[in-house]
Design a protein around this ligand. Structure first.
Ligand code: OXD
Length: 309
């Protein structure tokens, strides 16, 4: 088994150790410019087009993350007929659930406002929000979105879900398609975006959709920066239609120091850390999928390039 590896911005040594442990008989090499030697599978994160162009010999391309937008944007450079496989959860679901639950609870329990009072040495009681009207709307009900929704249901928040196709999840009001989006938004007090980035979902958080949220709503984006029209969010926060936002992803990362988001105290910024790819868990999952493919068995996480995820 010859594995070709490339992960933009990652330490290859740590990855190679995890992969070698999970697949002891594999020979693994880190792809370098000009390497056209054959391989059986590729393990990649944000690969350059030159790495994959023409590699029709590959049995599969495994994405070392949940979002496959960076691979699919390679377009015609992706070898035709080679399956692209994303990580399913691999320890990311629980991290997303922790991150989003923390952000929702921080708003619901008014800890953002209490932190401001702390700075001013103010001891003042703030009227609590009513949980029944503090509904959380999860935009994107795949593996990660469902994990987030389940965590919030444990805290008894009313949880709504929106997805491209209709889902039926016990205890949750589910909406789908363009028709369901406005109703979903109008009933959502905290909007959580965990959608895949596709041509259909790019810029989905814009002036029109964010204005459809009730006044005083909050926005949490843990998906991709390109889902959000950043200037529209800023305007709606300044007009106090949106009360605050927790953003882990940005159109440009690292977020430039001159970006106006840094100056807006109602925006909470983290550097794309809501769910880190866990090397050992991911390598074990990929090893199991390689074994299944070799045995001609079906695997989960297959990407549909037409759908975009
Ligand atoms: C991912 C990410 O898609 O880390 O896994 O953004």
């Amino acid at each position: 088994m010859e594995i070709l590896f490339y992960a933009a911005g990652a330490n290859p040594d740590a990855w190679l150790t995890s992969i070698q442990q999970a697949i002891p008989d594999a020979s693994i090499r880190v792809w370098q410019e000009g390497d056209h030697a054959p391989a059986d599978v590729a393990l990649v994160w944000k690969p350059p087009a030159a790495m994959l162009r023409g590699r029709t010999e590959l049995k599969a391309i495994f994405n070392l993350g949940a979002g496959v937008d960076a691979i699919l944007q390679l377009g015609e450079a992706l070898p035709a007929g080679v399956p692209v496989v994303r990580l399913d959860d691999a320890g990311m679901g629980i991290q997303m659930a922790e991150f989003v639950a923390h952000a929702v609870l921080r708003y619901f329990r008014r800890l953002d406002a209490y932190a401001v009072q702390h700075q001013a040495q103010q001891w003042r009681f703030l009227k609590p929000f009513d949980k029944q009207t503090f509904s959380v709307g999860v935009l994107g009900m795949g593996v990660l979105g469902s994990r987030i929704a389940a965590a919030l249901q444990h805290f008894d928040f009313p949880v709504l879900g929106w997805s491209r196709t209709q889902k039926n999840i016990p205890g949750m009001t589910c909406f789908s398609g363009a028709d369901g989006l406005n109703t979903f938004l109008s009933q959502t007090r905290v909007l959580v975006c965990i959608l895949p980035l596709t041509t259909e979902t790019e810029n989905i958080l814009n002036h029109a959709t964010l204005s459809a949220l009730p006044r005083g709503a909050y926005v949490i984006n843990v998906a991709r920066g390109a889902h959000l029209v950043e200037a529209d969010l800023l305007t709606l926060i300044q007009q106090e239609h949106i009360a605050g936002a927790t953003l882990d992803v940005f159109r440009e990362e690292p977020l430039p120091v001159t970006h106006p988001f840094w100056q807006e105290p109602r925006i909470n910024i983290t550097p794309h850390i809501s769910a880190l790819t866990l090397r050992d868990d991911s390598a074990r999952q990929i090893a199991a999928k390689i074994k299944a493919l070799q045995a001609g068995q079906p695997i989960t996480g297959l990407v549909d390039p037409q759908r975009g995820y």
